[in-house]
Design a protein around this ligand. Structure first.
Ligand code: CU
Length: 142
């Protein structure tokens, strides 16, 4: 298996960080895609979040046992991070990230979640070394 060298100080990251935070989410995503692709050393698609369970912005009945995130490309678990927090900012995932389906699916076990709104923040590095990130929320209903 190929080993990838990840340098956290590459200009690509500076570019990604330079995208205005106040830009509309879709514009920001488009800018990120453009910047990441422009600066790709060997252009291969990077990991875009294709779906999530619980789904982005969804209401779910009862505490979900885990969060799953499906990406367009395989991700490298050692260089990827997912955090789920409650409305007070307390972390409610079990700080354990595993992958399935050749790295396309990320599984994060969750603690027992009382009804409320939860925020998911993810930063992943795909196997082509490109970093992508995003956040969304879901609501646990009684
Ligand atoms: Cu890429």
């Amino acid at each position: 298996m190929t080993r990838w060298h990840i340098d956290p100080a590459t200009p690509r990251h500076a570019l990604v960080a330079a995208v205005p935070r106040h830009a509309a989410p879709c514009l920001r995503a488009a800018l990120l895609v453009a910047l990441v692709c422009m600066t790709a050393p060997a252009a291969v698609a990077h990991a875009v979040l294709e779906r999530a369970a619980p789904a982005v912005g969804s209401d779910v009945k009862g505490s979900p046992p885990e969060l799953t995130l499906t990406y367009s490309e395989a991700i490298e678990p050692a260089f990827s991070r997912v955090m789920v927090t409650d409305a007070s900012g307390r972390r409610v995932d079990k700080d354990s990230l595993t992958t399935q389906q050749a790295g396309h699916v990320v599984r994060v076990p969750l603690q027992l979640l009382p009804p409320g709104v939860y925020a998911v923040e993810w930063h992943v590095t795909s196997v082509d070394t490109h970093r992508t990130q995003g956040r969304f929320s879901f609501t646990v209903m009684p």
